[in-house]
Write a protein that binds this ligand. Structure first.
Ligand code: AMP
Ligand code: ZN
Length: 486
């Protein structure tokens, strides 16, 4: 497998530390608000990465942190703690906010078929380890105390900018007018490992430490949580491109200073989802969520398809026009899969040839657009439906678009009592004699049932309205869905 590595700035052959095993770490959400669909673009692509490793035969252990303390409103260690800000906004405690938005995050992930990582650990669960690591950095001379805080001393490193091409002038803290310079720092790029109450008197979450009562800086949690679950080295570390600096740069600095050796070999970064006004961000307040898309009638998996159709290393611009066409493409694709017959047996040679194309696509720096094309190749291949279906089911282990959902819903409603040929009951006998019309209406009825099953009532209503616009009325009755001409 080949993957772009931010550390080497090239597409490299992936070679794990231990053959056949992948240790993977993902920077998790800061749980002070709902995740926006930009955040979720990163998690969709990381999910594809994890599933690609699995598809290619690796055994993956993936760990994710939950940032529930210590991430200040500016990445430059200034401003208010994001969690405290969220708690104030909603008149709740920080832990209530953390629990609520952690649950909301995983509920969004579920709708997008993003697998929950094997290990999920909140920062507040790792404070002892964080204190030990900060103490270790103090003992080794990489950290100092100033103004009641503990800072990492970046001047002690042979090389600080290993991930980014940044130079100090460009990054000068204090250059932006709204960022106040922290005069405690010995070097501009130093960062906080531990804050004490001297800086934030009213901090709700605080712990005793050798340097006073306080709480950790943002970056240290990821080093500690990964070492806790993955040991002293890992294969691949993921996040959005905004994490490259300062977050991942600082993670490398403190981890390698603490361990005394290289920590992580591959760095995977997903480019941003932008809207017309620029990067989508939580701090802007007004942002797009999965629930909002659902309210507007979009299937979350149409958004997943939208993400898969572009390469993760390119910025992606969101617009409703593109999502509209993606939703139509998605429904059409489900319909094509639902029309495959259940007959014949798998032709192994054809399966292997198309499957190889799929593996080449995903194994080539996650070429997901090409991987989606393989679904169409399978559908139009010169082979029987059993082979097509087997290929599509297999590809869906990575794409996770529920490509067989309409097909399964159709089968289920058939089994539930409608006649073997139909899923809706036509109450106007003359229309049954028009097979194209009947087929079209039945497909829409299945789509609507699917939408209702996913609690996507807006989409269900939209389908009913579309049918009405085509002159077809549908009614939900005890015997099933009935339809007739308006
Ligand atoms: P946060 O909850 O702010 O810590 O961010 C969670 C993840 O989303 C991180 O990996 C970020 O790098 C990523 N992220 C933030 N904004 C965007 C965006 N507009 N597009 C893609 N990923 C993003
Ligand atoms: Zn992190």
């Amino acid at each position: 497998m080949k993957i772009y590595n931010t550390l080497t700035k090239s597409v490299d052959e992936f070679v794990p530390n231990e053959p056949g095993k992948v240790k993977m770490y993902t920077c998790g959400p800061t749980v002070y608000h709902f995740a926006h669909i930009g955040n979720l673009r990163s998690y969709i692509m990381e999910d594809v990465l994890e599933k690609t490793f699995g598809y290619l035969g690796y055994d993956v252990k993936r760990v994710m942190n939950i940032t529930d303390v210590g991430h200040l409103s500016s990445d430059a260690d200034t401003g208010e703690d994001k969690m405290v800000k969220g708690a104030k906004r909603e008149h709740k405690t920080v832990m209530q906010i953390a629990q609520f938005y952690t649950d909301a995050f995983f509920s969004d992930c579920k709708k997008l078929n993003i697998k929950k990582p094997e290990v999920v650990d909140p920062a507040t669960n790792c404070i002892d380890r964080i204190i030990d690591t900060v103490q270790g950095l103090m003992d080794k001379g990489f950290a100092y105390k100033a103004g009641e805080n503990v800072y990492f001393d970046t001047s002690k490193l042979a090389q600080y900018y290993v991930l980014s091409d940044q130079n100090e002038d460009a990054l000068k803290v204090g250059v932006r007018e709204d960022v106040e310079e922290d005069t405690n720092k010995r070097n501009k790029t130093d960062f906080v490992l531990w804050f004490t109450k001297s800086k934030f008197e009213n901090q709700a979450l605080k712990w005793d430490s050798p340097w006073g009562v306080g709480y950790p800086g943002w970056h240290i949690e990821c080093s500690c949580i990964s070492m806790k679950h993955l040991g002293d080295s890992m294969d691949i570390h993921c996040g959005g491109v905004d994490n490259i600096f300062p977050h991942h740069t600082n993670e490398i600095a403190q981890s390698e200073a603490f361990l005394g050796h290289k920590w992580c070999n591959y760095w995977f970064h997903v480019h941003h989802l932008n809207d017309k006004s620029g990067k989508m961000s939580k701090s802007k307040g007004d942002f797009l969520t999965v629930s909002l898309l659902e309210e507007k009638g979009y299937s979350p998996l149409a958004y997943r398809l939208f993400c898969l159709q572009s390469h993760y290393r390119k910025p992606l611009e969101f617009s409703y026009e593109v999502l509209d066409s993606m939703q139509a493409t998605y429904q059409k694709l489900l319909r094509r899969v639902s029309n495959l017959a259940e007959e014949g047996s798998v032709d192994q040679a054809t399966f292997d040839a198309i499957n190889q194309k799929f593996m080449d696509a995903i194994g080539n720096d996650l070429n997901t657009a090409m991987a989606v094309t393989c679904v169409y190749d399978a559908l139009s291949a010169d082979t029987n439906d059993a082979t097509k279906l087997a290929l599509i089911q297999s590809f869906d282990k990575v794409l996770s678009l529920d490509l067989c959902s309409m097909r399964e819903a159709k089968k289920a409603s058939t089994a539930a009592g409608a006649s073997s040929a139909t899923v809706g009951i036509c109450t106007d006998g003359t229309d049954v004699s028009d097979p194209d019309l009947a087929k079209n209406v039945e497909e829409k009825i299945v789509e609507r049932k699917n939408a209702k099953k996913e609690k996507n009532f807006a989409l269900a209503d939209q389908i009913r309205a579309e049918l009405l616009a085509d002159g077809i009325v549908i009614e939900d009755t005890r015997e099933g869905v009935k339809w007739r001409r308006a």
